[in-house]
Ligand binder design. Structure first.
Ligand SMILES: [Zn+2]
Length: 500
């Protein structure tokens, strides 16, 4: 089968030039300069035959062309008119609202289009026989061609980059013949696959079914032809754009927070429908970071690498956190914008944030996994009933790790099941607090998941050993700080660098 013969036949069936190239299996950039590609493939470009019409030189201005130009196989999907309509539709939508450099097109095509590909496949088999395979499409399938041809053109015109994680432009297309064709397809399906039709009461006709089951190796041309023409008939109308719907990208923002208050919960604290605490870390951060990215702050998910109790501060470099922001209207964050947000959060006096940055979604695994393996670094202010002796101080210098058994603390039993868990304590280092001989400042490094308050006082032996059992005296914890988090993520950024 010569390329020229194939193209001549396609032209006689009313197939457009782009689709002719599809049947020549053109790839990528070959669609850019159609004439050049034809030349390369030894196909004459000067004739444009249409159902036995006279030759029309291709150089003729479009105005002179007849209405017959709607391609029988793509229904105008690859025509310039359609590109213009599509572009106009996108620009007339909410598109300008989104400040995103990356876009992705999701085009929903009518089934009639797929049926037309099949009709053409049958037609080519009849015309060229064994040269056309029955299970591998003779063309670059429409869906793939949309990616190869339409996506780059639309992206270029919109001056955007193509990215699967970008702003999603959902485009719905239909055709006048769609309903009629689907009705025919239901009938055809019963006849083509009688076994399936027998035990399936209602067969769901879907695009997936069409793609999988409808090829010449599975459906006979004679059966198909009872319902549809081979080759496909010419049409009066091209595809119709029914809707354009935009969905902003999912943006992930990461940073570290320091919790400076002993009266602040991690997330909104609600009990029996009543708020117990006015604000939370989550709300403060989202309040100041959210509006830049979305109009709908309720949809933001806040996550962090662990958390601390309401009365525990988190100091040092802070705790890594991330926000997942769906349907964002903006995808970037400059350092000066980030710095403004950091300063705004600071004004709460309860939380401060740093290293704020947009990160790739995949990076959130840092926060989501490995929590159990991490080390925790605490500083506890503890008090004894008696002055701290040298003996007590010595017993609380434990540089080597040891294991404890810890029952679920009574205070969390309402939300955690009762278990006894082994936990490793990596080190304990105590010093007397300046100016108070009853008080100790104790640095403790533990395995994640250790309850520190109970590790200190022992909770009536429910944690064993405990610092209390080690020194043989009651010891109480007055205040606790997290001083470091064992996670070197997100990377440090100095957002203040460009700020004035
Ligand atoms: Zn076409």
């Amino acid at each position: 089968m010569k390329n020229q013969d194939l193209v001549d036949y396609l032209r006689s069936c009313g197939v457009c030039e782009v689709c002719q190239l599809r049947y020549l299996k053109a790839r990528g950039t070959e669609y850019k300069d159609i004439k050049e590609t034809f030349r390369k493939l030894d196909v004459e470009v000067t004739k444009n035959l249409k159902n036995g019409e006279a030759l029309i030189p291709i150089e003729d201005p479009p105005a002179k062309k007849t209405r017959l130009d709607i391609c029988a196989t793509c229904l105008g999907l690859f025509s310039e008119e359609f590109q213009k309509e599509l572009l106009g539709g996108i620009l007339a939508s909410d598109f300008a609202k989104y400040d995103c450099q990356k876009v992705v097109l999701a085009i929903c095509l009518p089934m009639t289009l797929q049926l037309r590909q099949l009709a053409m496949w049958f037609a080519l088999q009849r015309k060229f026989g064994a040269a056309i395979d029955g299970s591998n499409p003779p063309d670059v399938p429409i869906k793939e061609a949309v990616k190869l041809i339409l996506h780059p053109i639309i992206c270029e015109k919109l001056n955007k980059e193509y990215d699967a994680n970008g702003l999603m432009i959902n485009i719905d297309l239909t055709h006048k013949l769609e309903q009629e064709d689907v009705e025919k397809l239901v009938k055809l399906n019963k006849e083509a696959f009688p076994a399936k039709a027998a035990y399936q009461k209602r067969i769901e006709i879907s695009r997936g079914l069409l793609e999988k089951q409808y090829q010449p190796s599975k459906v006979r041309a004679e059966t198909f032809e009872k319902y549809f023409q081979i080759p496909c008939s010419s049409v009066e109308e091209s595809l119709k754009l029914t809707s354009i719907d935009l969905q902003g990208p999912l943006i992930c923002v990461a940073g570290r927070y320091r919790k400076l208050s002993r009266e602040l919960s991690h997330t909104p604290w609600v009990l029996n429908g009543q708020r117990l605490m006015e604000d939370s870390i989550e709300e403060i951060i989202i309040r100041h970071v959210g509006p830049h990215f979305t109009e709908n702050r309720d949809k933001i998910t806040f996550m962090s690498s662990g958390r601390e109790d309401v009365d525990v501060r988190c100091l040092g470099k802070g705790r890594p956190f991330a926000l997942e922001i769906p349907n964002a209207i903006r995808s970037s964050l400059t350092t000066s914008q980030a710095h403004k947000m950091e300063k705004a959060v600071d004004t709460s006096g309860k939380v401060s944030i740093l290293d704020l940055q947009v990160v790739a979604r995949e990076e959130l695994t840092h926060i989501k996994t490995g929590e159990e393996q991490k080390k925790k670094f605490y500083r506890a202010l503890c008090v004894l009933k008696e002055p701290v002796s040298v003996e007590i101080l010595n017993k609380l210098q434990i540089p080597q790790s040891f294991d404890i058994q810890q029952k679920t603390p009574i205070r969390v039993l309402h939300r955690r099941p009762l278990h006894t868990r082994p936990r490793t304590i990596y080190s304990v280092k105590a010093k007397v607090q300046r100016g108070n001989h009853h008080a100790l400042v104790i640095d403790i490094v533990t395995q994640a998941g250790t309850y520190i308050k109970e590790l200190v006082h022992g909770e009536f032996g429910r944690t064993s050993p405990s610092l209390s059992s080690i020194i043989g005296k009651p010891i109480d914890i007055q205040a606790l700080d997290v001083v470091a988090i064992d996670l070197d993520w997100p990377p440090q950024v100095d957002n203040s660098i460009h700020a004035k």
